[in-house]
Design a binder for this molecule. Structure first.
Ligand SMILES: [Zn+2]
Length: 325
């Protein structure tokens, strides 16, 4: 998707939220009018007060008239709320309930895009990218520790601990507070499953998450940079801005100057902006250092991060802080 298409889709979704809030209010109004007929007269008074204000505003000295209309409508509103409460409904049952109370689901506040619109743009961009990913979401429920039953006891318990760390990371996730998570270990030991289970939980919280393999993302960025067409998207800003980026199979991408530069840009920018990442790799620390040099490794080690080794053969399974080398 191009940036224009992403923006148009995001605005469309915000407007649909506003329409949905208005439809809900209409439905509730009809329902309450049927159930409690005495509310109909009060509701009519409130509606005609709105019309009267519009009418009076166009005339000369109208302060006294406006005050009178305001007093009447406040009385009618208070009475309506009392009746609703007396019948077991919340007092604000007939109010408009917008998803965003800052912009009332218009997408703009003070002439600028509201935070909700920015979040929706991020979400649409992430969805478009994830649709191209070969990874599919999984859950913690179908992550079975029995798969690790043949490991030495110490390592089995370490896997149990890894699972608990990932569950806790997902449960406590917020883009402002979450640190980075690096999962090292051999193929087929559950790194991708654990990180996609985290993605699943974080998406349920309403945050935007991008999950894809390093090889796929580098291919997309390469296409956008060197083989642009009119349909080409603009993926890099989404990778830098999304609430959580999951970079799977770090180290399997083609090793080119472009991919190194892109990976450094992504990792460095996100670390500087304190934006959380999950990085999975089959490489050992030494191999990361040999392949990417100290620059990337030092960025990966910065800030509050958790390193999990999901591995039976390279080194003992461990859960360590960023001082782990
Ligand atoms: Zn808003």
């Amino acid at each position: 998707m191009t940036q224009e298409e992403i923006y148009a889709e995001a605005i469309g979704r915000i407007r649909e939220r506003r329409r949905a809030a208005e439809r809900l209010q209409e439905t509730r109004t009809d329902q309450i009018r049927r159930e409690i007929p005495e509310t109909a007269e009060l509701d009519n008074q409130l509606r005609s007060a709105c019309l009267s204000i519009t009418h009076v505003l166009g005339k000369g000295d109208n302060r006294a008239k406006l005050e009178e209309i305001a007093r009447h409508s406040m009385e009618a509103d208070a009475m309506l709320r009392k009746i609703l409460a007396a019948h077991g409904y919340p007092e604000d049952y007939l109010d408009l309930h917008y998803s965003c109370t800052i912009c009332d689901d218009t997408g703009f506040t003070g002439g600028k895009p509201c935070k909700c619109l920015e979040q929706e743009i991020g979400r649409v961009g992430a969805e478009a990218l994830n649709a191209r990913s070969q990874l599919s979401l999984s859950g913690f429920d179908d992550f079975s520790l029995s798969y690790y039953a043949d490991l030495p006891t110490e390592q089995y318990y370490a896997m149990q601990q890894n699972l608990a760390v990932c569950q806790e990371y997902a449960a406590d996730f917020s883009p402002e507070r979450a640190g980075n998570l690096y999962l090292f270990g051999g193929t087929g030991l559950g790194k991708t499953h654990l990180s996609l289970a985290i993605a699943n939980e974080v998406l349920k919280k309403g945050y935007n998450v991008i999950y894809d393999s390093a090889i796929n993302l580098m291919h997309i960025l390469d296409q956008e940079q060197f083989r642009r067409t009119r349909e080409s998207g603009d993926t890099l800003p989404s990778l830098l801005e999304c609430d959580l980026l999951i970079l799977d199979d770090f180290g399997t991408e083609f090793d080119t100057a472009f991919s190194r530069s892109m990976l450094y840009t992504i990792i460095n920018s996100r670390v500087n902006a304190h934006k959380p990442m999950i990085v999975n790799t089959n490489l050992t620390h030494q191999e990361v250092q040999d392949r990417y040099g100290d620059r990337i490794l030092s960025r990966l080690q910065r800030d509050g991060c958790i390193w999990l080794t999901v591995c039976a053969d390279v080194r003992p399974v461990c859960v360590m802080c960023c001082t782990c080398t």
